[in-house]
Every structure is written in C-alpha cells, then in structure tokens.
Design a protein around this ligand. Structure first.
Ligand code: FMN
Length: 171
C-alpha cells in the first residue's frame, strides 16, 4: 500500500470530549501520512470515498450514543467490507471507572461491522456542561469532575491504525 489511504473518523459526542478524541485521532493519522476526514456520525451519508473507518462514541448509561449505534447498523454492509476500528470514551474518575472491559458491550456492533478492535479511552466530565437529568445521574454515582483523556494513548492507537493501513494487503 502506498500510504494514500483515506480514512473516515466518525464520532458521536454529547459534550465534546469524544469529538476532541476523534480530532486527535485524525491529526495523528494525518501526521502518519494517512488522509483522515473527521465527521459527526450523523453527517455521513455514504462510505464509498473511504478505504477504512474509525468509529467512536461517548458512553452514557453503559451504551453508545444513538447516532453511533444507528451509523453502525445503517452502514453495516459497507463497514464489513472495510477495515474498521471502534473506540469509546467513557470512564471517569481517579482511577477511571468503569474499567475498560465494563464500560460498554459492543458485541453486536463488533459483529455487524467486523471491526478489528474496540478501544476504550477514559473521558471527561464537566458538571457545567450537564443538563439537570445528567447532573442527577452523576450525583447519584458520585463521579468527580475531571479530564482523564490520555492523549499519548490516543495518538499511539491512531499511529497503530496508520501502520496497519500502510502494511501490505490490508483489509
Ligand atoms: C449522565 C452520564 C452518564 C454516564 N454514563 C457512563 C457510563 O455508563 N459508562 C462510562 O464509561 N461513562 C459514562 N459517562 C461518562 C462519559 O462517557 C464521559 O464523560 C465522556 O467522555 C463524555 O463524552 P462527550 O463529552 O463526548 O459526550 C457518563 C457521563 C454522564 C454525564
């Protein structure tokens, strides 16, 4: 492969933390020589222009946001024909909770898309961003404000994707 691959980084984010992770993935891919388009899931109509897809969502109440779930279902056929990587942004606190294996179950989306990997990244919680129902949930769980996003981890993951896409006979 010559490195001129075009990757869609599609993201669902409620309060911006996951969108910024997607931006960081896009920048790291570009720095590694891979063309990357970062888009909200709701704004993507078709996958024809893309050789591979990175799909991510924030986790709320143990689930991906609805636009990300719908994206995986609507584009399942196209996704299963391309290399796909999934990521979630969720765990908050010190140490981040829930643990990466407990944050979200994506078995169905993994199966529908044929994704190679699902990576859980820690997230960010800012009370000032939240509406009243969310504040009630957060108060009940006792979660503390904080930004647990690990940019080095995010960038390293994206570099691994770029390397996989640059390897011969990908997909
Ligand atoms: C009401 C509420 C519920 C949440 N539920 C979960 C959850 O079930 N699992 C998890 O890992 N993180 C959970 N989180 C943390 C968010 O996923 C985290 O803050 C994420 O980084 C937010 O991303 P966003 O800014 O892109 O929406 C919750 C946060 C809020 C405010």
């Amino acid at each position: 492969m010559d490195g001129h691959r075009r990757v869609l980084v599609a993201v669902a984010s409620r309060h911006g933390a996951t969108a910024e992770i997607a931006d960081a993935i896009g920048r790291a891919l570009e720095a590694a020589g891979v063309e990357a388009d970062v888009e909200p899931t709701a704004g993507v109509d078709h996958l024809a222009p893309f050789d591979a897809v990175v799909l991510g969502s924030a986790v709320y109440m143990g689930r991906w946001l609805e636009p990300a779930r719908r994206f995986a279902v609507d584009h399942a056929a196209d996704l299963s024909e391309r290399p796909v990587w999934l990521f979630s942004s969720g765990p908050i606190g010190d140490p981040p909770r829930p643990g990466p294996d407990d944050a979200v179950r994506l078995d169905e989306i993994m199966a529908a898309t044929g994704a190679r990997e699902h990576r859980v990244f820690a997230g960010r919680l800012r009370r000032e961003d939240l509406g009243l129902p969310e504040r009630v949930v957060v108060r009940a769980t006792g979660a503390a404000d904080g930004d647990r996003r690990d940019w080095a981890e995010v960038e390293a993951w994206a570099r691994g994707i770029a390397a996989a896409l640059s390897a011969p006979r990908v997909g």
